[in-house]
Write a protein that binds this ligand. Structure first.
Ligand code: GTP
Ligand code: MG
Length: 198
């Protein structure tokens, strides 16, 4: 897929305020700082259409982009950011979950997992929640450029093994680096396939 047009539609505080759309929609979710906004920029081939920051907790709203006038992409805040107050964290989590449960045109969620560290409890819990609510999702390993040599495969294998303790089989998985533009075609092909079947 060639990204001919990527338009920022706006940022919305809750699902009820989000623009009504019949286009297939894809969302990116993961722990704060996992690389959601960077991955979106890499996929769209735009430098800073989604705001990236070294400080976790940068994305606080539901951010909408319309791509090629044919599908929507949604950048969400991260979950599980320890520095936020309990109340703030709970309200972000509620916003994310309400969006996912009530967005009828949501085609698939990309669950981002940091390839450099062991699977975190927050990731496992979020994957389980998606499963319990029958929300289709795929897994994206981020920041693989930071892994060297054997660690590259070993870390991802360990994460998969941990996931397989809960899941009988795993959904489609993508190994990515926004820095090295790795995984872009694979993800865009996947979206093209789903869009085509609508
Ligand atoms: P929140 O919006 O705060 O939840 O964060 P996010 O998940 O959107 O992460 P963001 O894209 O803002 O990136 C967080 C940090 O990780 C930034 O400093 C990025 O430069 C860095 N980063 C993101 N992707 C990669 C990658 O593929 N490789 C490397 N080395 N660093 C990355
Ligand atoms: Mg972000």
């Amino acid at each position: 897929m060639v990204i001919k047009q990527a338009k920022f539609i706006g940022s919305f505080p809750r699902v009820s305020k989000c623009p009504v759309s019949e286009l297939p929609e894809y969302t990116f979710i993961g722990r704060s700082n996992v690389g959601k906004s960077s991955l979106i920029n890499m996929i769209l081939g735009r430098k800073n259409i989604a705001k990236v920051s070294n400080t976790p907790g940068k994305t606080q709203m539901i951010n909408f982009f319309e791509i090629n006038k044919s599908w929507n992409l949604v950048d969400l805040p991260g979950y599980g950011y320890a520095q936020l107050s309990k109340k703030h964290r709970a309200s972000l989590e509620k916003m994310i979950k309400n969006y996912m449960l009530n967005r009828e045109n949501l085609s698939c969620t990309f669950l981002l997992i940091d390839s450099r560290i062991p699977l975190q409890q927050a990731d496992q819990e979020f994957a389980n929640w998606l499963g319990e609510n029958q929300l289709p999702f795929v897994i994206v390993y981020t920041k693989v450029d930071k892994l060297k040599g054997d660690a590259k495969h070993e870390n991802i294998i360990n994460i998969k093994q941990r996931l397989l303790e809960t899941w009988e089989e795993l959904p489609e998985q993508f190994v990515t680096s926004s820095r090295k533009k790795q995984g872009r075609d694979h993800i865009l092909d996947f979206i093209t396939d789903i869009n085509g079947n609508k």
